[in-house]
Design a protein around this ligand. Structure first.
Ligand code: SF4
Length: 448
């Protein structure tokens, strides 16, 4: 704490499409590049901040720098035709309405609602949709506090991008903490709540307390763990050190731990650079001192982290700093997926190479895993069975708990990037769970 106390507070400055040009560093980029950022950010959300710009991006390596790719939209994230359409309208200074119409058409083509989140995960109680809650796996409920539906910076590959550009109109958000308590009371099967966003740690500590305190005091149902999904330790570490309510936040974490509930901060680190600044390391230490556990996860993304040595370094640094490597995900099939996608076979080889070069303490990590409609599916292996090259797949989590840990096989395909591009390996017409999944969908009252 003595070291952390010496750090001066840093005022948070957010940059978006509207003001990015005011940033003194961005202002020195070639004009074409700036125009491309402005064009692509009409379609995808764009938000970064002064810490990411000043401390994380290597401006001598633009546009290839991975943290630049992580937070700045670039031309190839859009299909050429779509980029040209938007760019033409901007050059013509077209009316806002016309621009928005075109942008919406492009956005709708980009699978804005992946993995049937809206259709299948939002519970209905007494005929009312519990907006703000998602309940996909029996033991875990997700809660989306409405004031936490933004982030200190946006990841260009974020699968929740539709929420940030207004397509979703914060469909998943709730400001009603009582609703969550009531839901947990009625659902004793839920042991874990994941508070997520956006980024719930974007909220003030006071607001966050409003959601968490009732859980600590009432311990509804069989609640035993609170998880908070966040990228703040990477994007704005000052949140835990010098922001005006940093101490309140850490105190709240301590209260959760002292109440007997397990607190897991599910931190999203995409690249080892995010853990390099001393302030980022100190932020992690501050969290750990509260008794919370930090588990780390990120998707594998082309242009950002598609490299085994990088993942090995990331896991090693996490362990050294006291955090637990948790997941390598496959990027979801939404938004600029063509730009970012890494085929399943390549992701598997990258994971395996990284995994085989680290010690057992790093091997708490699981992956590569797809979070798809049926559940979390792991690419567990590639093998030759009955003279056929196959993917060995395994459910880590299933929409039906009986699917968990079940292995199944798909035809090997060099190019496949998502489960819907895979076929059963041995002549079956569908994977074992598909009929049941269809039945589950049909039972959803709001499934369209
Ligand atoms: S921090 Fe998380 S929610 Fe926010 S943009 Fe990145 S991936 Fe999406």
């Amino acid at each position: 704490m003595s070291k952390a106390a010496k750090i001066l507070p840093k005022p948070f400055i957010a940059y978006s499409r509207k003001n990015i040009i005011n940033n003194r560093i961005v202002n020195t980029l070639p004009k074409d590049m700036v125009n491309e950022i402005l064009a692509v950010s009409t379609v995808f959300p764009f938000r970064t901040n002064n810490y990411v710009i000043e401390e994380l991006i290597d401006w001598d390596n633009i546009p290839n720098d991975p943290i630049f790719q992580l937070t700045f939209p670039t031309r190839d994230m859009l299909e050429k035709n779509d980029f040209d359409r938007v760019n033409r309208l901007l050059n013509l200074n077209a009316p806002e309405k016309k621009l928005l119409e075109t942008v919406r058409k492009i956005q709708e083509k980009l699978n804005p609602h992946p993995a049937s989140q809206m259709e299948m995960n939002v519970p209905v109680e007494d005929g009312e949709m519990m907006r703000g809650i998602q309940h996909k796996y029996e033991e875990t409920a997700l809660f989306f506090p409405s004031q936490g539906q933004t982030c200190h910076a946006y990841c260009t590959y974020c699968f929740r991008w539709p929420q940030f550009v207004g397509i979703d109109k914060l469909k998943f958000a709730s400001s009603n903490s009582e609703q969550l308590v009531n839901y947990l009371t009625k659902h004793p099967e839920v042991t874990d709540v994941l508070i997520t966003g956006g980024d719930p740690l974007f909220m003030s500590s006071k607001l966050l307390r409003r959601y968490i305190e009732p859980l600590i005091k009432k311990k509804p149902g069989n609640l035993s763990s609170i998880r908070i999904g966040t990228k703040v330790p990477a994007y704005w570490p000052y949140r835990f050190i010098t922001d005006k309510d940093s101490d309140d936040l850490l105190r709240l974490f301590e209260e959760v731990v002292n109440s007997g509930l397990h607190l897991a901060i599910m931190t999203h680190y995409s690249h080892p650079r995010e853990l390099k600044p001393s302030i980022a390391q100190q932020a992690l230490q501050q969290i750990l001192k509260t008794g919370a556990v930090v588990r780390c996860q990120a998707p594998i993304i082309r242009h950002i982290n598609d490299d085994p040595e990088l993942w090995a370094t990331l896991w090693k640094v996490q362990v050294k700093l006291g955090a637990i490597p948790y997941y390598m995900f496959i990027g979801r099939n939404t938004g600029p997926k063509n730009y970012f996608k890494v085929p399943l076979s390549e992701a598997y080889h990258i994971f395996t190479k990284a995994y085989s070069s680290v010690s057992g303490l790093c091997r708490t990590v699981r992956g590569p895993s797809m979070s798809c409609t049926a559940g979390k599916v792991l690419i567990s292996g590639i093998a030759d069975i009955r003279d056929k090259k196959v993917f060995i797949l395994k459910f880590i989590q299933g929409r039906d708990p009986k699917w968990a840990n079940r292995t199944f096989f798909a035809q090997y395909d060099d190019d496949a990037c998502w489960i819907n591009e895979l076929k059963p390996a041995f002549g079956e017409t569908e994977f074992f769970y598909e009929k049941q999944l269809l039945g589950m969908k049909a039972k959803q009252p709001h499934y369209k």
